[in-house]
Design a protein around this ligand. Structure first.
Ligand SMILES: Nc1ncnc2c1ncn2[C@@H]1O[C@H](COP(=O)(O)OP(=O)(O)OP(=O)(O)O)[C@@H](O)[C@H]1O
Ligand SMILES: [Mg+2]
Length: 108
């Protein structure tokens, strides 16, 4: 949700507006990418976007917590959430292992 909301916010002032979600499967992983028609995030901002409370949005619009919380959730499932700097547009990738570790069963 946060990736899609970020895409929507980024496109507000862009003439070309689209968001593409793509899901691929690769051995033990699934990859979900969210790409928007923006032209990428500048390198100096890229370094900060996953920091809690970092936002470029106006006061009252963003808390700057979305990406850091999403990254924490994905990592708690042994996955990864990262910005794809090779894409000509703006793309974030969520990579999740298909198998999750089973919780230890309690002895009766
Ligand atoms: N698709 C995107 N295009 C351009 N910049 C982005 C995009 N996604 C994230 N960013 C940048 O990363 C910053 C941090 O994003 P994050 O989701 O953590 O916080 P936020 O969207 O500002 O606030 P919140 O998610 O708490 O409402 C954004 O303020 C913006 O500068
Ligand atoms: Mg956000």
């Amino acid at each position: 949700m946060n990736l899609v909301n970020n895409a929507r916010d980024a496109l507000e002032d862009q003439p070309e507006k689209w968001v593409r979600l793509h899901v691929t499967e690769e051995n033990d992983f699934v990859e979900i990418s969210v790409t928007d028609s923006g032209k990428g995030i500048s390198r100096n901002i890229q370094e900060k976007i996953f920091q809690p409370f970092f936002t470029t949005k106006e006061l009252g619009k963003g808390t700057g917590l979305g990406l850091s919380i999403a990254k924490g959730i994905v990592e708690s499932h042994r996955g990864a959430l990262y910005y794809d700097s090779f894409c000509a547009n703006t793309r974030f990738i969520v990579r999740l292992p298909k198998l999750q570790p089973q919780p230890h069963s309690q002895a009766a």
